[in-house]
Write a protein that binds this ligand. Structure first.
Ligand code: GLN
Length: 448
């Protein structure tokens, strides 16, 4: 813990942490030492973790990287972080992210962008987003592992851009209670780690059914670490042809091919499959996610949380608070969301997007029914890009092209570092059957 606190203090230039909590960390580590000395202690006893600042932490400021939460100090702990502390983990502090987890580059944070440790002073690169702080911190050894969340790719894409492992579990595997909501039917918590084994260990201690989240699922949480030893022999891996985008960057195609070879060498059978509705996933996601966000963000009214800007009357107060408290990207999402939900447009946009979502889910069900165990795809269409390099929101949204369908279908996905192109990491994604995170483990291992 001391070593990590030292590293965090020496590496503030990355802007990965919005709130280091060294005193809390030392106190927790001391308690862990005492437990271990007494021959007790949990499975994660003394392991120092970074926490994405979207998870509510009791008595520790939680901001979602938004000005509107101000100095909000939650009086309760999220279920996922509570599970981790119960297992013995130590809290190093809160990690930067895109405001309300809306973004793919960590540039929408009210605390400013996070730098990708793979960049340099003359090449300032994004770490991906929205879990950019989590990915940068893990990559730069500023924590042993980090929590993150994934609504449309925010665990997997930053993992790919920083050479780390990002695991998005099946929707319902981890409780969403105490995680600041973005799009509730898509949000899911998971770990960003240095390798697949750490991801397996972290997931085991993050996952649980929870009375406080009715969408969390009461299924046994497997021993994912033991599952790493599972056999790859005879596993059927699907390569979905629709993930060959046009134009397909050469190095991406090359690594995708290598991924096939690695899995084949480990004994898997490669089959070519089709997910015909893939091309509509991004458009449908950018209707469903903003719709849910516009509803979730209605609670930030200047009364219940953090920031309040006084006004002449209550409506004026609401408007002034929201105008000052939300950043541009969040406002854009609220505008899109309220528009697609409004009378006259609901059927044309929101309802249609929900129907497309069902078709996307069925595409995956069909290939799994054909006996496919998992799918292999690239994680992101490009390696880390320069800060300020993508100004057009639609261009930014295109980053999520390979990750969004997985959220729309609620499936588990893991991004594993595949290698370097021009000195920058690229990731490969494995997509699994619902609640079969254990089945992904040996496959992910074969890609490492
Ligand atoms: N980049 C996507 C978005 O901006 C996904 C974000 C996420 O997964 N939280 O909506």
């Amino acid at each position: 813990t001391d070593a990590y606190i030292g590293a965090i203090e020496a590496t503030t230039s990355l802007n990965a942490y919005v709130l280091p909590t060294p005193d809390k960390a030392r106190a927790m580590a001391k308690a862990s030492d005492e437990k271990l000395a007494a021959g007790q202690g949990g499975p994660l006893e003394g392991v120092p973790l970074g926490i994405k600042d979207l998870f509510c932490t009791e008595g520790v400021r939680t901001t979602a990287a938004s000005k509107i939460l101000g100095n909000f100090v939650p009086p309760y702990e999220s279920t996922v972080t509570a599970n981790l502390w119960k297992a013995g983990a130590v809290c190093l502090g809160k990690l930067n992210l895109d405001e309300f987890a809306m973004g793919s580059s960590n540039e929408t944070s009210a605390f400013g962008p996070v730098l990708n440790p793979w960049g340099s002073d003359n090449r300032r690169l994004v770490p991906g987003g929205s879990s950019g702080g989590s990915a940068a911190a893990v990559s730069a050894h500023l924590c042993a592992a980090a929590t993150a969340t994934d609504t449309g790719g925010s665990i997997r894409q930053p993992a790919a851009l920083t050479g780390t492992v990002g695991l998005k579990p099946t929707y319902g595997r981890c409780s969403r209670w105490g995680i600041v909501a973005f799009a509730s039917s898509l949000d899911q918590a998971g770990p960003i780690t240095r390798d697949v084994r750490d991801a397996a260990i972290m997931l085991k201690h993050m996952a649980s059914v929870d009375d406080k989240d009715s969408t969390s699922v009461d299924l046994p949480v497997a021993d994912y670490e033991a599952a790493l030893e599972g056999s790859v022999k005879g596993k059927k891996i699907g390569i979905p042809k629709e993930y060959s985008i046009d134009p397909m960057p050469e190095e991406l195609a090359a690594f995708w091919k290598k991924g096939e070879d690695w899995l084949r060498a480990a004994g898997a059978e490669i089959v070519h499959v089709s997910l015909p509705h893939t091309k509509y996933a991004l458009a449908a996601y950018y209707i469903v996610a903003p719709a849910e966000a516009s509803s979730n963000l209605a609670r930030y009214d200047g009364v219940r949380y953090g920031l309040r800007v006084p006004g002449e009357d209550i409506i004026d107060m609401y408007e002034s608070t929201r105008a000052a408290g939300f950043g541009d990207e969040v406002k854009r999402r609220i505008l899109i969301g309220t528009y697609v939900l409004s009378a006259g447009y609901y059927d044309a946009y929101y309802l249609r997007a929900q129907k497309v979502r069902t078709l996307i889910k069925r595409d995956f069900e069909n290939v799994f029914h054909q006996g496919v165990d998992a799918l292999l795809t690239p994680t992101a269409p490009s390696p880390a890009f320069e800060i300020g390099g993508k100004q057009d929101p639609v261009e930014m949204y295109l980053n999520d092209i390979f990750t969004v369908p997985v959220n729309m279908a609620g499936l588990p996905g893991i991004s594993v570092p595949a290698g370097l192109a021009d000195g920058l990491p690229l990731g490969l994604q494995l997509i699994g059957r619902p609640f079969d995170e254990a089945g992904l483990m040996p496959l992910a291992r074969a890609l490492e």
